[in-house]
Design a protein around this ligand. Structure first.
Ligand code: CAA
Length: 256
């Protein structure tokens, strides 16, 4: 499939998806959201891809939010539909993606941009990154999952403060607060993300997809039951046979 607003490059078993609207600081218009959603579908079904890395074009922004120009004139109904479609078409899809999605945050991650990073499974930030959910300064609230995912990552009190003050925090504070997993110099960001993706790619893809599904249920009723079921499911896979046989025969497993 050809895309206008994103680029996809493949590095061994890792797909790097670049949001490519640098003149608008990679703001997410509806077309970009639809393209990202299609790319996640496409890469989820591509068995040669094990990990997806999402980043922004340029050295200034990951994504500076939803495209404000696009929704400035919307009615309440249109606003609700924008949030609903966006969550279904992209943000929930990323969270439920059976392959690990890493957000490589290379600059501003604001509003919908931070929400995109928070829907991803792992976040790595460059030292210059600035993050926040400034929607209340526009008279609106986060609509792509921010009010739900931010408190889970940093706690309710900090989320209340960050959202109500429309503050931006730097990468170090984001790391101290658990919003990102690690911080690296900007010129090392993509190498760090690819190195982690390569390490993940060596493990069992089917076990990882079962782990993602169980971890995503950690704060729901029935999370422990989901783990029990997924644990059992793994026993029926070729990867389980390969992994345990490799261990018992003192060799490296081959999960290709
Ligand atoms: N939507 C649309 N356009 C955007 C944008 C956005 N979220 N963020 C930046 N741009 C555009 C600017 O309008 C500007 O375009 P022009 O050159 O055509 O005027 C271009 O990108 C460069 O931006 P700036 O000139 O503003 O760059 P700066 O360095 O002076 O400031 C910034 C950078 C602080 C990130 C500033 O651009 C900014 O505050 N952006 C908006 C951040 C924001 O409020 N995000 C939340 C959006 S709402 C949302 O996301 C809702 C949701 O949850 C669903």
């Amino acid at each position: 499939m050809t895309y206008r607003n994103i680029k996809i490059a493949v590095d061994q078993k890792t797909a790097v998806v670049v949001i490519n609207r640098p003149k608008k600081l990679n703001a997410l218009n509806r077309e970009t959201i639809a393209e990202l959603g299609s790319a996640i579908d496409e890469l989820s079904h591509n068995s040669s891809i094990r990990v997806i890395v999402i980043t922004g074009e340029g050295d200034k922004a990951f994504v500076a939010g939803a495209d404000i120009a696009e929704f400035a004139h919307f009615s309440s109904e249109e606003g609700q539909e924008l949030a609903q479609r966006g969550q279904e078409e992209l943000f929930d899809k990323i969270e439920m993606c059976p392959k690990i999605v890493i957000a490589a945050i290379n600059g501003y991650a604001l509003g919908g941009g931070l929400e995109l990073a928070m829907a991803s499974h792992i976040r790595i930030a460059s030292e210059n990154a600035l993050m926040g959910l400034p929607e209340v300064s526009l008279g609106v609230i986060p609509g792509y999952g921010g009010t739900q995912r931010l408190p889970k990552l940093i706690g309710k009190g900090r989320a209340m403060e960050l959202i109500s003050a429309a503050s931006m925090i730097d990468a170090k504070k984001a790391c101290d607060w658990g919003l990102v997993n690690s911080v690296v110099p900007q010129d090392e960001l993509m190498d760090t993300a690819i190195k982690l993706a390569t390490k993940i790619s060596k493990n069992s893809a089917s076990a990882i997809s079962n782990a993602i599904d169980a971890i995503n249920a950690y704060d729901q009723d029935g999370g422990f039951q989901r783990e029990i079921e997924n644990f059992g499911h793994c026993f029926g896979t070729d990867d389980f046979k390969e992994g345990t046989d490799a261990f018992l025969n003192k060799r490296k497993p081959n999960f290709d």
